[in-house]
Every structure is written in C-alpha cells, then in structure tokens.
Design a protein around this ligand. Structure first.
Ligand code: H79
Length: 614
C-alpha cells in the first residue's frame, strides 16, 4: 500500500516504548501550522517509508491475532422465531428481516455473566496470539462500550451494565496483548444510516440523505471515545464500507481523523473503497488504509511489500450460532497460520463467544493445541518474512536474517529432506522443537543441493520445523584511496566444512583447507573502475603444493597453482593475472580449488587488486 499519513510514533503493545507526547505534539504542530488548523489529506503524504515501517513494526512481527465477534446476536444464536436462519450469525437481523425495535429485545436479554476478560485474553495469549480485534460495534449497531452518544449500548440497553471494552483493555494491558477494535461503518440501527432501509438493510443502491450527519455526530464521536478512552489501540479494523453512502474521500477524511487522534494507529483498507471484494487486497492506485483484508481466504502467493491479514472463522460463522459444529481441525488451522506466514501475511482467527460470555469449547481446545505448537515453534512465525522459495513439495518456509525455517508438513519417509539450496550456503541444521538443538547431518546431492538427514519417525505430524542457519550477509570491503582493494582472510566468507580463518603464531589466514569443496568469497566495492593486477598472498609447506584453484570476479576467471613457499607461515605474494572492472559497483570475488593432490589447498592470507596506472 502507498505512503500514508502524518507522523510516526511507535506503538509497541508488548514493550510500551512510546515516544514522549511532547515529541508527537511538536511534530504534529510542525505539520499542521503552515497549512491549516487541522490535519488534511496533504499531511498523509508526509510519512516516509521509514516512519511507516516503524508504525507497522509490531503488527508485522506479531503475525497471529484473535478476532472476536460478539454482540447481542449471540442471544438468538442463529435461530429466530423457532427457525434456523441460514448464513453468518451476526447477520441475523438482516437475514431474518428483523425490525430494529424487535431486535432491541435481544439487547435486553444480553446478560453474559460468565464473561471474564482476563480469561479471554489469556486464551489468546496462550495460543500465541499477540493482539485481539473485538467488535466494538457490528452492522447491527449495538455498542459494547459505554458510549456517551447513544443509549444503544451495553450500559443503557442491556442488563449487564459492564463496559466490556474497558474490561478487555485492562486485561490486554495486564497480559501484554495488543487491543484493537473492529468497527462497522454500516449501521442497521441508526435512523441516519441504514435502519431506514428495512427490510433490506444491506441495500447497496440506496442512499440515506442524512448519512453525513450520522458520520459527523455519531460515528466520529464514537471513534474518538474508543481511541481516547480505551487506547492506545493497535488497529482500527473497519468494515461495512461497501454501502453506497460511503465514498473514498470520506474514507480518507476518516483515516486522517483517526490518525490525528492516535498518530501511530494502524487502519485496515476497509476504511475506504480500495478493497477488492472478499479477496481483500487493495486495488491499484491511491486508497486509504494500511493493510489488505482477505476474508475467509489466503492469497495464492505472497506479495512483495504489501501488508495483509487473512481473517477467518473456525467454523462457518463469525457471531455465535448454537448449531454450527463445522469446526476446522487444529492441523488445518496451524497449517493455515504457517501458509500465511510463509506468504508474508498475518492470521486473524475468529472466535464467537456465546450469550453467557464464554468462548465455545471447540475453539478453546483448538487454540490450546495451537498454543502447544507455538510454545515450541513460535520463533518460526514471529517476525519472519515470506519464503524465498516459490514452491516446496513437502511444506512451507519462513525466513529471518541468517535463518530459514523449513515447515515440513509431509515428513520424508526415507529420512532425507531435500531443499533446492546450495549446500554450501548452509552452516547448521536442527529441529526447532528440540531443546538441545542437536545438529542434523547436512550433505549435498549430485547437483550440490542440500540434503538434511532427519529422524525416520515424524517428530510433529502437523508441522515439524527444521532450522537452517545460513551465512550472514558478508561484509563489503571498500576500495582504498589509491584504488587498491585488499581482501583479507578475516573478512572472507568461508563456505564448506573444514576451511576456516586462523590467527596467531604467524598465522592470519584461511587454513585447515583440507576439503577441496570448500571455498572463500568476498564482497567489495569498486568506486574507481579500471584494470587491476590480482595478487594472491599465500603459504604452503613443502610436499603439500600443487593444488590448482580458480579466482573468479566480475565474470572473469584467473587460474592459479599453489607452490611450495617453505612452510605454512612463509607467505609469498604472487600475481596471477589481471582483471577489469568497466563500471563502479559491488563485486564478488571467490577462490575455489580445482584439484588438491596432497591433502591441503593452501594457507590463504589475502587477495589484493592493484590498479594498473596507464
Ligand atoms: O464481520 C464479519 C462479517 O459479518 C462481515 N465481515 C466479517 C469480518 C461480512 N462478511 N460477509 N459479509 C460481511 C457479507 C458481505 C457481502 C457483500 Fe460485498 C457486500 C457482498 C456484496 C456487498 C463486500 C463487498 C463483498 C463484496 C463486495
């Protein structure tokens, strides 16, 4: 999604390291004063990529959240006047054509005395979820908090008279879970909104001329209450934006309004008109909103530089229905989480508590089972980025700097896990769930690709995570003032099993080079192009000489032969040829053995590129 609004301020629900309000006020006034008295659409352009990355950071790292659909629809629970109403439970008012006055009777019966905010938040936390998104108000218009602008809320219209959102905000703070609100723009109860469309509340062709008044005097004040009395919030998750009354300019205005109340808040793409139907990703062009919202589906592939979150039910409904028992299995749900993470997305998994205030037992059980897996394997989910592989025959992959997490759904029967990755790029492999992180044997197949020897018995039938530790990004050596590039042994990336850097006692070189498959590489910058002499500084003891090697750089190859220098610490420098760089840039240079007749290659101290002056 494109560049959006105002200032940056880090919202970190888990660490609470917010910048001081003074800084925010300073930045805000800087943005606002020159133009006009309030934050305008213009200021949305002032967020840099870095500021946006800062704002999105906690959300991108979290990867897994809980959606909670709860409201007075949990009272009918899918049945109206003795009839089972097809479709999603929270839509019963629309599906069964219930007049607003009659639907209000459900509010009078909504008395969820078993509601325990701590318990809900703990169920989420124990599952490994980092944030909850609860329906502050769904399409039916009933408000779960103490709103001053309506009586159609938990305090005034129900016998419960406990501020549900307040209790959840306290519990979330206590347990380090991010608090987020779902909020419906569409409202079937408000006379200035869609209530007048009865019996077709979801009529997408009609307009209510009073709708702007609803936005100004009802929706915006309510959002101000939610942000200022219950915040700071992680996300505001809008929905019901498809109505004809709602436009993209209104969406942008609302986006700016919400961000002006809490600059670091994150907002989904349903605040405006950018959503591509249930696929949920944002259309091309500029639309308000920070992330895409695929509903009940997972995109086929990851999307570079796009933030998105799949929301999904565990059975077939969001709001509680007493007779919906079509539960997805734990295996299915966990693999969906992994699939989503492997494509760079978040998973917002729904629960629909009942009218007593309890999360249905089948949901509780599945979340507990997911939590057991997460307790051992969450490192392979949190803070990861999308898989570098297009497709893997046995499962999925997630990535973090220096590590690949192989999620094996189909365990290899022959105990050999094959990965299309050069074996030399991998330094270590182990099972994530094993506390001792014991090394798994790594080898290569005939084309040099990685083969990991794994236990015959499947460790985890749902998903076993094999961690590959990879070479960290190599350092880049700069070109010296006189144009010389000195590539020293201690800066080299050594790939292979035996060769390594050694120092002390006259040594400062790559040694133990007893495997001819091992090789070394450097990355370096060329700022002044030209032709260079390539000089190799090395040592080799008598009787061990004769190895041949190739030095490769910028598509050019130079051949060298290791001669006897009189000892392993008697270094000599030999020019092996010239190389040409026609343009400045970053280059790779490698030294790879071709033959090793005597059991060792050489002690390699440095490769120096010396410019040839004309
Ligand atoms: O809150 C849950 C549901 O109640 C709500 N979104 C989730 C998170 C929702 N799910 N389905 N629907 C609402 C039905 C909406 C269907 C449609 Fe349309 C509205 C079909 C045509 C207009 C949205 C816009 C989907 C396609 C175009």
């Amino acid at each position: 999604m494109s560049n959006k609004t105002t200032t940056s301020q880090t919202y970190t629900p888990l660490h609470r390291c917010r910048k001081s309000p003074a800084i925010v006020i300073m930045v805000l006034s800087f943005l606002v004063i020159p133009a006009c008295a309030q934050i305008t659409a213009k200021s949305t352009l002032l967020e840099t990529k870095k500021q946006r990355d800062e704002r999105m950071k906690w959300w991108r790292e979290a990867r897994f959240g809980m959606f909670i659909h709860w409201g007075v629809y949990s009272v009918p629970a899918g049945t109206y006047r003795g009839k089972r109403i097809p479709g999603i439970g929270e839509w019963i008012m629309e599906r069964a054509d219930i007049p607003a006055a009659e639907y209000e009777q459900f509010a009078k019966q909504f008395n969820p005395v078993k509601f325990n905010a701590d318990q809900w938040v703990q169920i989420a936390g124990n599952a490994g979820m980092k944030y909850i998104v609860i329906t502050s108000k769904h399409h039916d218009g009933f408000c779960l908090w103490d709103s001053k602008v309506t009586n159609y809320d938990i305090m005034d219209a129900s016998p419960f008279k406990r501020d549900i959102l307040k209790e959840l905000s306290v519990a979330c703070k206590k347990h380090g879970i991010g608090l987020c609100f779902y909020h419906s723009i569409m409202d079937w109860h408000h006379p200035d909104a869609q209530a007048t469309f009865y019996p077709n509340y979801n009529d997408t062709d009609r307009l209510n001329p009073k709708f702007p008044r609803y936005v100004k005097t009802y929706m915006k004040p309510q959002l101000r209450e939610l942000i200022t009395n219950y915040g700071p919030l992680g996300v505001l998750w809008f929905d019901g934006e498809w109505i004809k009354d709602w436009t993209e300019p209104q969406g942008r205005d609302l986006y700016n309004y919400v961000r002006s109340l809490q600059p670091d808040i994150i907002i989904n793409n349903r605040i405006g008109k950018g959503r591509k139907s249930m696929q949920g990703l944002t259309k091309e062009g500029y639309f308000a909103g920070d992330f895409g919202t695929p509903e009940q589906q997972i995109p086929a592939t990851g999307l570079p530089d796009v933030d998105w979150e799949t929301c999904m039910t565990m059975n077939n409904t969001w709001g509680f229905k007493s007779y919906d028992h079509n539960w997805k299995s734990t295996e299915d749900l966990l693999r969906k989480l992994v699939d989503i993470a492997s494509k760079g997305g978040n998973f917002l998994l729904n629960v629909g508590p009942n009218a007593e205030g309890l999360i249905p037992q089948p949901s509780v059980e599945r979340l507990a089972a997911m939590g057991e897996w997460m307790a051992k394997n969450s490192e392979s989910i949190y803070g990861t980025t999308a898989s570098p592989f297009e497709k893997l025959p046995w499962g999925r992959c997630t990535a973090k700097s220096g590590k690949l997490y192989l999620h094996v759904f189909d365990w290899p029967k022959d105990g050999e896990l094959k990965v299309s990755l050069p074996r030399h790029d991998v330094q270590k492999a182990y099972l994530l769930a094993r506390k001792d992180r014991a090394d798994l044997l790594i080898d290569s197949d005939e084309s040099g690709n990685l083969v990991v020897t794994v236990p015959r018995k499947t460790p985890d039938t749902i998903d076993t995570v094999v961690v590959l530790e990879m070479e960290a990004e190599p350092a880049v050596t700069p070109q010296g003032k006189d144009g010389t590039v000195v590539l020293k042994a201690n800066n080299a990336v050594v790939r292979g099993t035996n060769a390594r850097y050694e120092s002390g006692g006259g040594k400062d070189n790559i040694g133990y080079w007893t495997n001819p498959d091992d090789y070394v590489t450097w990355r370096f910058n060329v700022t002044k192009a030209g032709t260079f002499n390539a000089e190799v500084t090395f040592a080799c003891a008598a009787g061990m000489s004769g190895s041949k090697y190739v030095l490769t750089v910028g598509g050019q190859e130079l051949a060298g032969t290791v001669k006897d220098t009189g000892g392993w610490t008697s270094f000599v420098t030999e020019k092996i040829g010239t190389v040409k760089f026609s343009s400045p840039g970053t280059y790779n240079l490698s030294v790879k053995p071709k033959t090793m007749p005597r059991g060792a290659v050489m002690n390699l101290k440095s490769v120096t590129l010396v410019p040839i002056r004309k």
